[in-house]
Design a protein around this ligand. Structure first.
Ligand code: KMH
Ligand code: ZN
Length: 315
C-alpha cells in the first residue's frame, strides 16, 4: 500500500502532467430564420445590423459567426448577394472570425436548390447542413402549456439527394456543420461517411429544445447523442429558449463540447431579462468558460482544430 506521503507525491506529479484544457470554440448564431423584430426589437436583420452585432460578438470572443440573411422586410432569405454583403462588411472591418453561413432556411419555406447556392458561390469555410428528411416542429402558446400545433419542415426527399448536397460541400472545401435534431440523423451521418463524402473531423450541432420532434434539452439525451458520434468529432449544442440555453452550456462544457450561443437560439440574458445584443451573450459565455478554467479559441486555433481548408478567410 502507498504511504500517505508517496500518494501525495504521485498526486502532485500527475497534476503537473495535466494538460491545460484545450481552447473552446465559441460560435455566435446572430439572427436565425424565424423570429423577427416583432418578437425581439434588437434582433439584427439587415446587413448593417448583422455586421455590427457580428463585430461585437467577435470582439467579445466568438471565433465563429453563424449567419443568416434577411430581405428588406426582415423575412429569411437565401439571396447570395445579401450574404456576400454581410461577409464583405465583416471582412472589411478587419474581422477574422470563421464564417458559418446557414443553408437552413427550410423552416421559413426556402427551397433546397436556393439554400445550397451560397456554397458554390461564396465558398464559405463552414455552412450548415441539416442531415435528415424533415421534422415536425411546433410550439406552445405564450403560457407555455397549450400545444398550438406543428408543421412539417421538409429537408431532403432521399439519401441520394443528401449525398449530392454533401458533394457540393466537399467540392468547394466547405466544412458542413451537421445539424442534428434527433438521433436518427446520426445514422444519416454514418451513411454519408460510408460513401466517403464527409471529411474528419466532423462538426456536429445538436439542436435541442424546439417543441415537436426535436430532441428535448436534457443532459441524459445529450450524453446519448454524443455517444453516437464517431471518435474525434467536434460537437456543439443549439439549446433553444431561455430555459435551456445557459443550463445546457454548463453541461456542454463539463462534457468537452464546443459552445454555441446567440439570439438565433435564445433572446434572454437571464431569467426574465432580454439580452441587449449578441455581444452581451458572448461575454456571458466567456465569463462562464473562464470560471470553469477554460479559454476561448481564437479564429486561427479554430481553423486548426476543425482542419478548415476552405475559402473566404480574412486576408
Ligand atoms: N436554427 C437552429 C435551431 C441552420 O441554420 O441551418 C439550427 C440552425 C440550423 O442554426
Ligand atoms: Zn442557423
Amino acid at each position: 500500500m502507498l504511504s500517505w506521503k508517496s500518494a501525495q507525491l504521485n498526486h502532485r506529479h500527475s497534476q503537473r502532467r495535466n494538460k491545460p484544457m484545450k481552447p473552446t470554440i465559441i460560435t455566435c448564431a446572430l439572427t436565425g430564420a424565424q423570429q423577427g423584430k416583432q418578437a425581439y426589437p434588437a434582433l439584427p436583420e439587415q446587413p448593417d445590423e448583422i455586421i455590427s452585432q457580428g463585430l461585437e460578438a467577435w470582439r467579445a470572443g466568438a471565433a465563429i459567426l453563424h449567419l443568416h440573411a434577411r430581405d428588406k422586410n426582415g423575412k429569411a432569405s437565401s439571396d447570395v448577394e445579401i450574404f456576400h454583403q454581410i461577409v464583405d462588411g465583416l471582412r472589411s472591418a478587419g474581422c477574422d472570425a470563421v464564417l458559418n453561413l446557414s443553408t437552413g432556411g427550410a423552416v421559413a419555406g426556402l427551397p433546397l436548390e436556393e439554400r445550397i447556392l451560397l456554397v458554390p458561390e461564396l465558398k464559405p469555410e463552414i455552412a450548415s447542413f441539416s442531415v435528415g428528411g424533415g421534422s415536425m416542429l411546433g410550439r406552445y402558446d405564450h403560457d407555455g402549456d397549450t400545444w398550438v400545433g406543428d408543421r412539417f419542415v421538409p429537408l431532403f426527399s432521399s439519401h441520394r439527394e443528401m449525398e449530392q448536397v454533401a458533394r457540393i460541400f466537399s467540392d468547394n472545401a466547405t466544412k458542413p456543420e451537421l445539424e442534428v435534431y434527433h438521433s436518427g440523423m446520426l445514422n444519416n451521418i454514418a451513411a454519408l461517411m460510408d460513401v466517403g463524402v464527409l471529411e474528419e473531423p466532423l462538426l456536429v450541432n445538436f439542436v435541442m429544445g424546439i417543441p415537436g420532434e426535436c430532441t428535448k434539452a436534457t443532459v441524459k439525451n445529450l450524453q446519448f447523442l454524443t455517444e453516437g458520434l464517431p471518435p474525434g468529432a467536434e460537437w456543439l449544442v443549439s439549446a433553444i429558449g431561455a430555459a435551456n440555453h445557459f443550463r445546457m452550456l454548463g453541461a456542454v462544457l463539463a462534457m468537452g463540447g464546443q459552445i454555441r450561443v446567440g439570439l438565433e437560439d435564445n433572446v434572454y440574458i437571464r431569467r426574465g431579462e432580454l439580452a441587449a445584443s449578441n455581444g452581451q451573450i458572448v461575454e456571458k459565455a466567456v465569463r462562464i468558460l473562464r470560471e470553469l478554467g477554460g479559454e476561448p479559441a481564437t479564429p486561427e486555433e479554430t481553423r486548426h482544430i476543425l482542419k478548415l481548408s476552405g475559402g473566404n478567410k480574412h486576408e
